[in-house]
Design a protein around this ligand. Sequence first.
Ligand code: SAM
Length: 254
Amino acid sequence: MRARKRFGQNFLTDRTVIDRLVTAINPKKADEILEIGPGRGALTTPLVASGCNLTLVEIDRDLAAMLTGQFPSVRLVEGDILKVDLESLLPRETRVVGNLPYNISTPLMFRLFLHLPRIKDMHFMLQREVVDRITATPGNKSYGRLSVMSQYYCDSIKLFDVAAGAFTPAPKVTSAIVRLTPANRTVTATHVDLLEKLVTQAFNKRRKTLRNAMSGLLAEAEIKSLGIDPSRRPETLSVNEFVSCANAAVEGSL
Ligand code: SAM
């Protein structure tokens, strides 16, 4: 069966990497696990061996048929993870894993962020550059919209890099494994949509000062009243500072 480029199929074939990833996930018999894009079953086989309660979602009809034959007792949903009903796939606190096709990784994460009360943790193989953005801290060149929004929802840690040679066919880029755990937030956004809007606007003007980058949403005096220097640049703000700004912008617009 040939790998289908349109489904981002780069199959993990390096045994050492597979073992390392499964050790990091540490699946247990009591776990409810959702695997996205099982492909030819590189991760599925060890997950099944752990005895966990597993659900697979695979878009490729041929692979889905193959997986059903290989793992007859595992629940398999043939479909697009961006379209399926996630509620029904997350019956209880679920662990989500996947070596994701790179083109769907960001929209998928944002979809999953809306279901965090049902999620215990997530382990994803992504393009290294994306993992660097997810985990970047203020001041880092990779720090941007994806860092702030994903860290608003989840604590994240990069576990290890995976070289292109670990896959068949080999992708053009290096990959990395990230672990995301729902964050226990002390400061929450009154309106997440507004937080997202403010963060997007701010990073579109990342070299500007906050007084310019947040114009139209937050006045200089309001930024100052939060104890934030308006001459700072957006890339220096922590997630909590962005949340404070967004909440002040909500109040200002009421
Ligand atoms: N997990 C396998 C492995 O590690 O070898 C396959 C990984 S491959 C990078 C991505 C897998 O996701 C493929 O099997 C592909 O068909 C599947 N896939 C792509 N887009 C998908 C989508 N929107 N929903 C569900 N599965 C998808």
